[in-house]
Design a protein around this ligand. Sequence first.
Ligand code: NAP
Length: 515
Amino acid sequence: MSTLIHTEAFNPATGESLGQIPQNTLEDIQYAVSRIRKAQTKWADYSFSKRGKHLRKMQRHLIEHGEEYARIISADNGKTLADAYMTEISSAVIAFDYYIKHSARVLRERRVKGSHIFSFFTRNRLQHVPMGVVGIISPWNYPLAIPMHEILMALMSGNGLLYKAASETQMVGQVIQKIVDAGELPQDLFVQVNVAGRIAGDAFLEAGIDKLFFTGSVPIGKILMKKAAETLTPISLELGGNDPMIVCAEANLKKAVNGAIWAGLSNSGQSCAGVERIYVHRDVYKPFLKLLKKKVEKLRVGHPDHKDTHIGTMTTSRQHDAVRNMLEEAIAQGAIVEAISQIDETTEHALPATILTEVNQEMRVMKEETFGPVIGVMPFKNIEEAIHLANDSDLGLTASIWTKNHRLGRKIATQLEAGVVTINSHLISHGIPNLPWGGFKQSGVGRTHGELGLLEMTEARVIVNDYFPLNKQLYWTPIPGFVYRRWVGFMMMVGGAWSWKLKGLLKLIFGFNRL
Ligand code: NAP
């Protein structure tokens, strides 16, 4: 592969260089796809247990180097070491176990009985066939955990992989390469390329990948879907969220406040499914705000390496500026800064955690994905209003309900337009690998993780074997009139009212033209 040009990786907290990574060309991508395809045909013949043995080696390597790799994630992305270890390393380690143990059960070939009498003589088998070469493009906010799940699903289902990490977190891309190398996979089964995002989509699709798994922003997802339509290449899109949290009157307020801080502010609020809007029942609005204010004002945002830092820094200056603009715009429109965290001003890209009140649904902080440490809080009168406010968005990734009344929680959950609804927690199901992940509305297309994620990595093939003992089926051309009439009689008996069943029976026996 060409290695003439390099991209440089920087620590967002200090601006210092972390290293240089060779950049690839469009020709590299074309060539990579043909090489992956060759390796994949062999890999597809491996049994699930043989594939699992390779993945187990990767998992061991990750466990042994867990803290070292968490430090690299922290330096490359700006989150704290603890955050990096808990939400990225642990999530990936746990995911290995699930996919190694359960892929065979989900994807193995199985017999499927025909559902009706005319299929009595068929023996049917359902296979889940690997797509071939799967392209994975991932973002910088969870630069290890997100792509690792997809890499594991793709490998266990027999695919080869073309992978691109986000430009901002190329050092984590190198970590992923080391983990994959430790698996001693067949040569060329996994190829990582470093190309700029703006050319990656066209390049991947034009090189002939068989499936694209994209995680990132809504606008790029739309561009990729349009491009994929040219070749009807299947595409899974895991896109943005603007996730609401509903705090009911009988909620455990301490837990709700702690949950909001974790799910809304950790990773500097740069979580696709982070809490962005909080709707609180008016009876508990004041005590909830008081508790939230007390906790947020004690938080310290700053350099992820400093011992007393609770929340690290934003990953990119683009995101830092976008969030600050949204915040300033909301304040100019009447929002009040209810609480603000402490901040180490010397850390680059650090934004204080900020709680806004006096917000409304028209402000961009409430209407759009903020993707930063800013949360708007609004009171609501009754549950109907809370559901309406929560659903009032083009996005529908996740949502949460906080209540001690679990029955009420489940009732509200069924009315929320979101791919994941959590009761008394938020965000956690991304780390439960057997649960599908994905959103309603513009939050995406398809699902990743778990059984549905594994199925997304495969095509379904049905093999139908006909054991009908005679030379001709009743419905094969030419169809004699007496057969046709009896056939109609039989259909009338299948699902009609009793009077129709009787007419059908007469037609079946006597073959009347009309009744
Ligand atoms: P982004 O700008 O869409 O970038 C995501 C990835 O796509 C990066 O690798 C980027 O490469 C690449 N890319 C950019 N333009 C592309 C193009 N035209 N064709 C193909 N690839 C392209 O998103 P982001 O700002 O990095 O990530 C934040 C967004 O991701 C948020 O909206 C967040 O909610 C969403 N997200 C969703 C989930 C989920 O599970 N639903 C999870 C995490 C994040 P470069 O870095 O080289 O530009």
